[in-house]
Design a protein around this ligand. Sequence first.
Ligand SMILES: *Cc1c(COP(=O)(O)O)cnc(C)c1O
Length: 455
Amino acid sequence: MARMQPIQFNLPQERIPRVWYNVTADLPVPMAPPLHPGTHKPIGPDDLAPLFPMALIAQEVSTEREIEIPDPVRQVYAQWRPAPLYRARRLEQSLDTPAKIYYKYEGGSPAGSHKPNTAVAQAFYNKEAGTKRLSTETGAGQWGSSLAMACAFFGLECKVYMVRVSYNQKPYRRALMEVYGASVTASPSTETEAGRAILAEHPDTNGSLGIAISEAVEVAAKDPETKYALGSVLNHVLLHQTVIGQEAIEQMALAGDEPDVVIGCAGGGSNFAGLAMPYVGRNVKGLSKARIVAVEPSACPTMTKGPYTYDFGDTGHLTPLVKMHTLGSTFIPPGIHAGGLRYHGMAPLVSHVLDLGLMEAVSVQQLDAFAAGVQFARAEGIVPAPESNHAVAQAINEALEAKREGKARTILFVLSGHGHFDMQSYIDYQAGKLENYEYPAEEIAMALAGLPTFK
Ligand SMILES: *Cc1c(COP(=O)(O)O)cnc(C)c1O
């Protein structure tokens, strides 16, 4: 009998990481601090207290290398973690490449993506701090459904502002949030000042993550029993996702391989950072030499076309100023189907690591991303989320480059979620209704003209 070729590299439940890994402890240069939007002075913990519980604020500014994961959070993680690492042998065969392709699959969580890794942690700390209700925004709906689930686990109310274009395109995601007990409103809404201001100017707007963030922040700032939760971008969110990379490092050791390239799609940067930052740390310590590659959509090219500068996190300018790659806080990206990749900025931590030259960024067109997703599904069976398709496309590009060079290459990417709630986008793709978007240069120039200025 032929020996079975290993495809899964699984760890036992006890190997769920006990800590989150904070890469800032290992970076040669500290991050630029967030600034108060009025005074342009660095903000302190008290400035954030209306929005977040102190435990999360402490994580946001922490320079400790390791932060212990509370037992109740690890206990919830145990339902789907350690997440599987697979070797994509049939995809390798279909590409006829000498490269090895591994993927860390985060779609096995109940909500279908990596987002519960932070949603559970945020709900836990809020419950501990006595919060009654969490408000948030969601684009495609993955974050909203992850937070709604976590709120159900910990007995919190959940209020979600869902970007209008997704609210209309994705009724099943909305239904899922409501099954978990959340209340969902299309954004911009008439419930907030920020929403009403946008509607007065652009009554037919598709909405954007920047606008929905303004609404959710406003609600939290005005109600002492409500706090705000963000699914990406912030340091503490990226921190919680590092369970992905820590597990992957152990699993790659099980596989007896070391990646030459580590890949993730990047909207706000959290699943990418979750896989990549533990590898950045290893690279900095001289333990590995992996190339680290973030993949963004060409229609929202934050890292590849946007300047690295201070900007607001939201369209209504309620958030602090953070230094990041940005297309301008008023930029409303084209309605590509990867709703989770349509944020105007990039996580300050990812932007900083890019600026330090410790990683690379590339962009992928929508049609190439879907072609890659379909090829992946036919080889591996898993239908990736439209966001994840961007990582798949880059993994395939790397494998084909290895083939052209006739050289081995070990590729590791994070498959951030499955696409079962995104089948309409696959229907549109198969029907030839999707298009590539040219770089929206004029709109970005206009949005960038509104960047905050400093004396
Ligand atoms: C939200 C989401 C993304 C984009 O967010 P990041 O913070 O950049 O990870 C990517 N993939 C999936 C499946 C998502 O749900």
